[in-house]
Design a protein around this ligand. Structure first.
Ligand SMILES: C[S@@+](CC[C@H](N)C(=O)[O-])C[C@H]1O[C@@H](n2cnc3c(N)ncnc32)[C@H](O)[C@@H]1O
Ligand code: SF4
Length: 454
């Protein structure tokens, strides 16, 4: 299994030199290169062209939270009133009907993901309603994976009942950190018992698969607080753990201005934190997957081939992703589409038809580079024979870049192989730097929109 080894020693000079503001490569081209040249007419045509037998993934975005965590970079809004949520759900229903009516066939849905925001802000009756709508409009496989992001502070037995009733079989629970001082510094107070209670509600209802989200690089985190947080995380026995490096972009994310920058760890400290967390989780029996995920050996994420999409690492190999809701991104064989970001804009557009505000047509060169970046982000390895086989002449740039990386072998990040690009243990934490070499659109001035690569 390829992973970022926790025993890689920290080389401060290397970290300082190579840490850079770079994309997280949840897509290629990255979303900042989508343009308004792609709109509803393109999306309508692309949906109509889907081939027979194309399986689908559905992503539904719920852009509401009870309160806004200071660190949060997600597309969401705090609301104390429920009326905006109701209005939004009406629009989501209309969008689902429109998209379903444009699909040429009853395509099988293999994966569903409700993300946000906090989908568990919905009332139990609205969870039932949205679930019923999904089942009515789409052909959902009996074995489909149905995951929902959950803010444990909002969970109630009635909501857990509703989510289990509509077929949810995986939950992803936001934790970030259990230390009270860290929680106070990020504007998110969340008692351990609340998290534990929410997870138990699901396990009691037969929803066995649990992911926890943690974040490192937050204010006031230390080796000691992280060790204590991991002890508590382990006591909850999650199947998967995502350990995200805090992306601090206050120029773009206004709520992050509330974070005390003086209390943020430096680059080398961040790097050491990531190594420590990996070490603790691996020692506890978790396998490190890709850049920032950990899974128990019996979890499907550890057993199968790894893929990357807008939610991070996944087993979802479905190539066609339908994004529903404000800001949601879809990926079709022809390219990417993204809905209007602001809820009111999205609602207005849905009333007229599709809500596509931006997108991107994929060229053959884009596809080859996207493949290279995805394989590197997932496996830390790229077979150049496979690139030649899959993409022929369109894979030429990828093969040339790979050859140049091996030839230069800057900082000993790759092994000296002719037929493949394989990152060394030293190079793996810097996989985003290597991926950036394949990014034809990377703007050297794009620092303000990307997070630190380590
Ligand atoms: C939609 S939230 C998860 C569900 C729910 N809203 C909650 O917070 O409990 C998605 C996850 O993104 C991560 N996240 C949000 N902002 C981040 C940032 N600036 N840097 C790194 N990770 C971030 C957090 O780990 C968070 O749990
Ligand atoms: S982390 Fe979750 S609960 Fe907090 S603001 Fe972001 S989406 Fe909402």
């Amino acid at each position: 299994m390829n992973h970022v080894s926790s025993i890689t020693p920290v080389d401060p000079a290397l970290v300082e030199r190579r840490a850079a503001a770079l994309p997280r490569y949840t897509s290629y081209p990255t979303a900042n290169h989508f343009s308004a040249a792609i709109g509803p007419a393109d999306y309508r045509r692309w949906l109509g062209e889907l081939a027979e037998g194309t399986a689908l993934s559905l992503y539904l975005h719920i852009p509401f939270c009870d309160s806004l965590c200071w660190y949060c970079a997600c597309s969401t809004k705090a609301t104390r009133q429920y009326a905006p949520v109701e209005r939004y759900l009406d629009a989501l229903d209309v969008e689902m009907a429109t998209v379903a009516s444009l699909l040429p066939r009853r395509h099988a849905v293999r994966h569903i993901h409700w993300g946000g925001g906090s989908p568990d802000i919905l009332k139990p009756e609205d969870i039932h309603h949205l679930g019923a709508s999904l089942h009515r409009r789409f052909q959902i496989d009996k074995a489909a994976e149905f995951a929902v992001e959950v803010d444990p502070r909002l969970m109630t037995p009635e909501k857990a009942n509703a989510l289990a009733d509509i077929g949810v079989n995986r939950i992803s629970v936001g934790v970030q950190d259990f230390d009270p001082a860290v929680q106070a510094a990020i504007g998110r107070m969340q008692d351990y018992e609340v998290t534990k209670g929410a997870i138990e509600m699901f396990r009691d209802r037969g929803v066995r698969s649990v992911n926890l989200d943690l974040v490192y690089g937050l204010p006031h985190q230390t080796e000691q607080t992280l060790r204590a947080t991991i002890d508590r995380v382990l006591s909850l026995a999650p199947d998967r753990i995502a350990v995200f490096g805090y992306a601090h972009l206050p120029q773009r994310v206004a709520n992050q201005k509330l974070i005390d920058e003086a209390a943020l760890p430096g680059t080398v400290e961040r790097f050491a934190m990531a190594r420590l967390l990996a070490q603790l989780l691996e020692r506890a029996g978790y396998l490190a997957l890709g850049l920032d995920h950990f899974a128990r050996p019996d979890d499907t994420l550890a057993g199968g081939s790894l893929h990357r999409n807008f939610q991070g690492y996944t087993t979802d190999r479905t190539e066609t992703l339908i994004g529903l809701g404000a800001s949601a991104i879809g990926r079709l064989p022809q390219g990417y589409v993204q809905n209007a970001v602001a809820a009111h804009d999205y609602e207005a557009r849905v009333a007229e038809g599709l809500a596509t505000a931006r997108g991107r047509v994929l060229t053959d060169d884009d596809r080859a580079r996207a493949f290279a970046i995805e394989r590197l982000m997932c496996d830390f390895e790229l077979s150049l024979t496979e690139v030649a086989y899959r993409f022929g002449e369109a894979g030429r740039a990828v093969r040339e870049i790979a050859a140049a990386i091996v030839h230069e072998n800057e900082d000993c990040f790759v092994e000296p192989l002719a037929d493949r690009l394989r990152l060394t243990p030293r190079g793996r934490p810097f996989v985003r730097n290597v991926c950036a070499r394949f990014d034809a659109y990377l703007n050297p001035q794009g620092g303000a929109r990307h997070s630190l690569s380590v």
